[in-house]
Design a protein around this ligand. Sequence first.
Ligand code: C5P
Length: 412
Amino acid sequence: MNVALGVGGGIAAYKAAELARALMEHGFSVQAILTDAAQEFITPLTFAALTGRKVISNLFSAANPEGTLASAVEHISVAEQHDILVIAPATADLMAKLAHGLAGDFLTTTYLAFTGPVVLAPAMNSNMWNHPATRENLRILRERGHVIVEPEDGLLACGDVGPGRLAEPQKIADVVAGLAASGRRATVRQHRDLEGEVILITAGPTQEPLDAVRYLSNRSSGKMGYALAAGALERGARVILVAGPVHLDPPKGAEVIPVHTAVEMRAAVMEHLEESTIIIKAAAVADYHRVNAPNHKVKKTAARMSLELDPTPDILAELGRVKGDRLLVGFAAETENLVEEARRKLESKNCDMVVANLVSAEGEGFESDENEVVLVLRTGEAIPVKRAPKTAIAHRIFDEMIKLRLALHSSR
Ligand code: C5P
């Protein structure tokens, strides 16, 4: 597989050399593209030596210095010949250009001509990272379906401490490898295969009040459900997103219904059941709640206290009974016997697919940007999906869902 590696102009540009090497260790061929600013920090020669390939460094000087037609269209062939475009470090300036389609050099024109998956690894000073302009550009790029390898917290070149350090090259290379393994050459324009679908997605945890100020909840970040919502929108679906309390910007175009408790989530889901064609229950609904929680703050005493909890409504099981022709997808976070447990859940809750993940695996499942799952289907199949960003997993879930629907319809 061929990776085009765009390098922006920042202190972290030197780490892009390590990234080139890590990508090659994963078996990729790497074509480096350096912006003019990148060359202030690192020379094309470094990349040429590491990748064994001529480095592209400017729109009109790549193939021949006169800037004739042959070199002026080279970005189109680079875009066509590569499977994944990785940009690291993605500076604030580059992200702004990418977000708004400014195409004044080789890297930005290649980006516009490229139709495959894009991975961006931003790096910059914390204040620049937190600036509303950068946040907005990031939102646009994320919504476009690009995979963002978030910068890490730490000491920055400017002496500040905070978010902005380029993610470790090995980590970026792993994300790219995961994307390649998920086998999706995604394009926003070519895959509007969910047009006409109304997809009801639940995401995040629920919060069950114990009194006026305390609650029971869990570690769900909502990232998987939000990635599913973004993926479905990209592929042309209408998305109703019933979201528990999370710290995520909802994808543009999703109809968001914020809820707190399992009871509220159930009500929102049932209200929108009629119009939906696919229901995905990615939320980590609390299994127990305190009925009639006092609406004042319970005072602390020295005495031991115990809580009496009742089960929450099992929304998935209820949906299984009333779903009709709709596709119903449940999630199963398990610590052992993953596939067997998922099969049991699929049967007992009348789902068409259960997305099962082992929550004990390090860095996966809750809170993480990545996941490794098994898709257990009504047809009896169990499809393992290797570790990949949640955005890639989301697309794989939709790919399999579309195939499953065809299989279920043709067997009727
Ligand atoms: O049985 P378990 O809680 O592991 O099942 C997880 C699946 O069931 C998820 O899809 C979750 O959204 C759903 N669920 C639900 N209502 C509950 C508990 C879980 O819909 N009260």
